[in-house]
Design a protein around this ligand. Sequence first.
Ligand SMILES: [Zn+2]
Length: 209
Amino acid sequence: MAPRTSSKKSSPAPKASRSINVDALAARAKDMLSLIGEDITREGLLDTPQRHAKALQFLTSGYHADIDRIVGRALFKEDSSEIVIVRDIEVFSLCEHHLLPFYGKAHIAYIPNGKIIGLSKIPRVLDVFARRLQVQERITTQVSEELMRILKPHGVAVVIEAFHMCMMMRGVEKQGSSTITSSMRGVFRTDPTTRQELMHLLNGLKSSR
Ligand SMILES: [Zn+2]
């Protein structure tokens, strides 16, 4: 499947204005259980509303995360301008259309322009956007835009390959198919040779394992 390249500006990240009221959310979850016909008094379900609310709180905690604080002082002066790739980063998110998970792998590359970032921070930037209600296309774009903002590098590339439970468990039930999205910025976008080098590195590493 050919990667889709997105150059569109993503819509502004939705900002939740306050943190979640877990008890109120648990009350709604209880309503939901009874609306699907469950006996909410049976033992296995007694704590489910509260657990569900807390899980949702965690899975949407990206709305309240402060990226600049997460990145903190993990930015370092460095002259290198070679491609840096962090590949096979696990990504878990919730599709905003069905509130069902989608998950997969992200590969994130950048070319420094005087500054590098602590490598462990890259997955954390990804999580800030993955822990929201999302579509895969938007996470891909948001992560690349954010890394452009933080690092002002020569270029950023984000490729995500994910499986969507809303496709796999219901509807078309295409268990085997994954969706690939990519967002190229800077030289990855403007210079075909650099983009080719990236694809070569990604594919080469994959087949050599
Ligand atoms: Zn969905």
